[in-house]
Design a protein around this ligand. Structure first.
Ligand code: SF4
Length: 252
C-alpha cells in the first residue's frame, strides 16, 4: 500500500482553549469529508495547498522545547481521522511524553475505535452537527452523512470510558431548542456536552452564512439553560456543560 505523506498545515504552540483545563499545542491536518456551511476552516478544507506543509520533524523539535510548559497536543482539522498517517504523528508525540486530544466529526468510527483500543488518544472531542436524522444532518454537515456511523462513534466514545466531550455549534435556522434536546437525549451517558454559538465571518464555508446573525447572547443563554435543565433531569445530577467558547478562526 502506498504510504501517505504526512501533511501538517498548521501549528499553534500554546492554546488555552483547545483542551479544557490544559495548555495544549495544536496541530492542524488538512481536508474534511463534511462541508458544514458555518465552518471556519474553508481554506484548510477546500484548498489546503494554499498553506505550506510543516515538516513533522520541525514540530517535534518545537514540542521538545515546550516540554514542562505544554500539557498535551490537540490534533484537529479538517478531519484528522481521514489520514492514514494520523497514528504515526500520535506515536511520535507520545514518544515525547505528551498526551493527545483528538477532534473529530465522528464519520470514521473504525479509526476512532482503533485509536482508543490502541491507547493512542487520551481525550476525544466529537462534533455532533445536528439531531441524528439524515435530513437535518445533511443541512448542518453540507453533505449526505451516514448517520449509523455517527451513532457508532458516539457509542464507541461513551462506552470506552475515555475522557471526552461532545459539541454542537448552533446556528439560527439550522438548530432549534428541540433539536438540541434530541441530541442531548441521545448522548445522556456522555461526560460533557458543549454548545457553541455560531460565529459569522468572511472565512466561513458557505458565503450565505458569512453575514448571518448568530443567536443573540440572550437567546443563546436561554437555550443553554434549557439544555442544562434537560441534561440534569436525564442524568439526575448537575450538568457538566462547559461554557461555550467562540473560536473565531477555527473549525468547530
Ligand atoms: S466544521 Fe469541521 S466537520 Fe465541518 S467542514 Fe469544517 S472541519 Fe469539517
Amino acid at each position: 500500500m502506498k504510504k501517505e505523506k504526512v501533511e501538517i498545515k498548521g501549528f499553534i504552540e500554546t492554546s488555552f482553549l483547545d483542551w479544557k483545563g490544559k495548555i495544549a499545542s495544536v496541530i492542524f491536518l488538512p481536508r474534511c469529508n463534511f462541508r458544514c456551511p458555518f465552518c471556519h476552516n474553508r481554506t484548510l478544507v477546500l484548498e489546503p495547498n494554499k498553506y505550506e506543509t510543516i515538516p513533522l520533524e520541525l514540530i517535534l523539535k518545537k514540542l521538545k522545547t515546550l516540554s514542562g510548559w505544554v500539557d498535551g497536543v490537540c490534533i484537529t482539522g479538517g478531519e484528522p481521522t481521514m489520514h492514514p498517517f494520523l497514528g504515526t504523528i500520535i506515536d511520535k508525540i507520545h514518544d515525547l511524553g505528551f498526551g493527545v486530544k483528538l477532534d473529530t466529526n465522528g464519520s470514521h468510527p473504525d479509526v476512532l475505535l482503533s485509536m482508543i483500543n490502541n491507547k493512542k488518544i487520551e481525550y476525544v472531542a466529537m462534533d455532533i452537527k445536528a439531531p441524528l436524522s439524515k435530513e437535518k444532518y445533511r443541512l448542518s454537515a453540507g453533505v449526505d452523512v451516514d448517520i449509523s456511523k455517527i451513532k457508532e462513534s458516539i457509542n464507541i466514545i461513551i462506552d470506552s470510558g475515555i475522557d471526552h466531550e461532545f459539541r454542537t455549534t448552533i446556528v439560527p435556522d439550522l438548530h432549534h431548542l428541540d433539536d438540541i434536546i434530541d441530541i442531548v437525549s441521545f448522548i445522556k451517558k456522555a461526560k460533557r456536552y458543549t454548545l457553541q454559538n455560531f460565529n459569522p465571518g468572511e472565512e466561513v464555508m458557505d458565503p450565505l452564512f458569512a453575514k448571518k446573525s448568530p443567536f443573540s447572547p440572550d437567546d443563546f443563554s436561554k437555550i443553554q439553560k434549557e439544555v442544562e435543565k434537560v441534561w440534569k433531569n436525564l442524568k439526575g445530577q448537575e450538568p457538566a456543560l462547559i461554557p461555550a467558547l467562540l473560536k473565531s478562526a477555527r473549525a468547530v
